[in-house]
Design a protein around this ligand. Structure first.
Ligand code: ZN
Length: 410
């Protein structure tokens, strides 16, 4: 990371000199960087129109970061109110990628400033939100707390956008949890991913992927279900059957407030990869869900899926349709609409394992997330050695369980 920063810094100084020689006013105009936590109005046009402006603000970024952190308690509520009121606007989700200043600086994230989190027990919604806000406050200029919208019962659906790349719109990855509110291991483990990555940025693989991707982590898509410990949302709707899939008119999908809110983020950020975390079985599954036809990326999905599975000690990996056919899943939408390499990660056979087992699943999900990002990095850079997907056969006991109504409980 430092190497690229050093290279960028030399370039930065050249740009500063050039811009300075043209006119001091150009520097002054961009001397006030937009804090990613508070900026979504006109920061796009400012920064896009003048790539020099990113570098100009470098010399100020340290002091700016300090002052930003002082005001972050305000900006948290700002971002809430902004996004609460305009979840149908595209502007709010744009701001997630507006980490357009500061990350060229030599400032590193100091793990000592990060909030402590343990996994001796599951976290309540308020604790999850507080944790994410605290992480963003501890890392001004790098990590943005944002709200994509609200649930049917008006709970926030929030996420962190972590951008350590030094670029405004880098390739992005989304890790999303809790489509189903009773699958608590798929919630807390994502908080563990945030914590681990930020405390191990010196790890060569983590350094590589975090220097390349912006990482979006949205732990709870279904806060009403999480609160009530139900699979569906407040109306009992299954969020992971509410996405569009090939051949379906998109206007018939996104009927729930939760997926409708998420759609803005999915459509605004070009996610190169996404992993949706669930529990109720142990598996890595990929598109299609709606059809038994293989995608043209079957070998990519198999290779990346196997990397995740190996890291997590999971043996069941397959195209989701082969587990059972389902319509309207997240992974089918993101892959078909945005070409996102999108997989389902089923964390634990128990949807909410005993709390004393939680740390073990956190460790597995962390390893799996790193393996996912590493393999995706290789793929995105044309270096992934593809394994041909073999014929896969599994015993029924590995497949997703079925309830008394014949519904799969993945
Ligand atoms: Zn699920």
């Amino acid at each position: 990371m430092k190497t690229k920063f050093q290279q960028k810094k030399s370039w930065v100084y050249c740009c500063i000199l050039t811009v300075w020689s043209i006119g001091i006013w150009a520097c002054e105009e961009t001397d006030t960087p937009v804090s990613p936590a508070e900026g979504d109005s006109d920061s796009d046009s400012d920064s896009d129109s003048d790539s020099d402006s990113d570098s100009d603000s470098d010399s100020d970024s340290d002091s700016d970061s300090d002052s930003d952190s002082d005001s972050d308690s305000d900006s948290d509520s700002d971002s809430d109110s902004e996004t609460d009121t305009d979840s149908d606007s595209e502007a709010d989700t744009d701001s997630a990628s507006d980490t357009d200043t500061g990350s060229d600086s030599d400032t590193e994230i100091d793990p000592n400033n990060l909030p402590d989190i343990t996994f001796e027990d599951y976290h309540e919604l308020a604790e999850i939100t507080k944790y994410m806000q605290d992480v963003a406050e501890a890392t001004p200029g790098y990590i943005q707390y944002n709200v994509v919208g609200t649930s049917g019962q008006d709970r926030v659906i929030d996420y962190l956008a972590i951008n350590l790349t030094g670029y405004q719109d880098p390739p992005a990855i989304l890790l999303i949890g809790t489509h189903h509110g009773d699958e608590k291991s798929a919630t807390d483990t994502l908080l563990g991913v945030i914590d681990y990555l930020l405390r191990h940025l010196e790890d060569p693989v983590i350094d590589k992927v975090m220097d390349y991707y912006a990482l979006y982590v949205l732990p709870v898509l279904n806060p009403d279900g999480h609160n009530a410990h139900t699979r569906g949302n407040a109306k009992g709707d299954d969020l992971n059957r509410d996405y569009a899939y090939p051949g379906m008119d998109e206007s018939e999908a996104f009927q729930t407030p939760e997926t409708a809110a998420l759609k803005h983020l999915l459509d605004d950020v070009a996610f190169s990869g996404a992993a949706a975390y669930h529990s109720g079985m142990r598996a890595i599954l990929w598109p299609w869900c709606y059809s038994g036809n293989e995608t043209e990326d079957a070998d990519v999905f198999y290779t990346i899926g196997k990397a995740i599975a190996d890291a997590m000690g999971i043996t069941y990996i397959d195209q989701s349709y082969n587990d059972f056919q389902s319509f309207g899943e997240f992974i089918d939408y993101t892959y078909s609409k945005h070409n996102t390499i999108s997989l389902t990660v089923e964390v634990s056979t128990k949807k909410t394992p005993p709390a004393q087992e939680l740390q073990g699943y956190v460790d597995q999900v962390v390893d799996g997330a790193i393996a996912f990002m590493d393999a995706l990095y290789e793929f995105d850079n044309g270096k992934l050695v593809l394994e041909e997907a073999p014929e896969l056969f599994y015993p029924d006991e590995l497949r997703s369980p079925i309830d008394q109504n014949g519904q799969r409980l993945e």
